[in-house]
Write a protein that binds this ligand. Structure first.
Ligand code: PML
Length: 253
């Protein structure tokens, strides 16, 4: 079988790959026969998100089907912490249990609160942090590292969506983030911390092998930035990055 990665990025005010302000992005990993439908669905998604984009880039890339890994979706747990302070306390414990040092945890929360680096940037992708020192390991640009070349396996998107909906979780962000976190841990990151950079969306999560996808409905403090931090062992970070960016994964229900 022949597989294609179909990726979409929509932006405002930019006519080239990296230009403009990011509006939305998504990816499908599909058999050749599904490629056209996937492309149409992603364009529809780009155009249906309220703000009409100035620019939509669609990338269709053949993927090595022999290398495709099938990975079970992480289990999702909700922690009903009533506010960001209490949620953070729980999240810190989960991250420490995953081997992340207290100072690296503090660095990550600081960046999700204020933005990354001297410019307090919002990243398009994630920052990779040394889990012991909290140093940022990927080049400190506004780009960050993106998990790509993954999707739900055929049928799994609907199956997982139905399971989440039965628990009252109907937002596409939850479904998407669950797949991201599944690929991130499979790629060798020891933990992930995320809350959305979408101003109105305050949920977030910690993902780690021992706690799966642990979701906090009220995680982002008012006015905080947002984004993702992947915590890795320093001597393995380039392998983890390569895997995140290249290894094809189907997330199974
Ligand atoms: C959720 O569990 O609802 C998703 C939380 C993080 C979303 C990240 C994003 O899409 O911006």
């Amino acid at each position: 079988e022949i597989l294609y990665s179909v990726r979409m990025r929509a932006a405002l005010g930019g006519a080239h790959e990296d230009g403009g302000a990011h509006l939305s992005g998504a990816e499908r990993l599909v058999f050749a026969s599904e490629t056209e439908a996937a492309a149409a669905a992603l364009i529809a998604r780009a155009l249906s998100r309220g703000v009409p984009p100035d620019f939509v880039r669609l990338t269709v890339e053949r993927v090595d089907a022999v290398a495709l890994a099938r990975v079970p979706v992480l289990p999702l747990t909700t922690i009903p912490a009533p506010d960001p302070t209490q949620a953070r306390r729980v999240a810190e414990g989960l991250l420490r249990d995953a081997g992340v040092s207290p100072s690296a945890v503090a660095c990550a929360f600081h960046s999700l609160q204020n933005g990354f680096g001297a410019e307090n940037a919002s990243l398009r992708g994630a920052a990779i942090f040394d889990l012991l020192t909290g140093d940022r390991l990927d080049p400190p640009t506004a780009r960050g590292v993106r998990a790509t070349h993954f999707d739900y396996a055929p049928g799994a998107r609907d199956a997982v969506a139905a399971r989440l909906a039965a628990r009252g979780l109907t937002h596409f962000r939850t479904l998407d983030a669950l797949a991201v976190a599944t690929k991130v841990l499979w790629s060798g990151a020891r933990a992930e911390l995320c809350w959305s950079d979408e101003p109105e969306y305050v949920a977030g999560y910690v993902a780690a092998p021992a706690c799966g996808y642990t979701r906090f409905p009220y995680f982002k403090p008012t006015g905080a930035r947002g984004g993702r931090v992947f915590f890795v062992d320093r001597d393995r970070w380039e392998d983890v990055r390569d895997c995140l960016e290249r290894a094809p994964v189907w997330v199974e229900a």
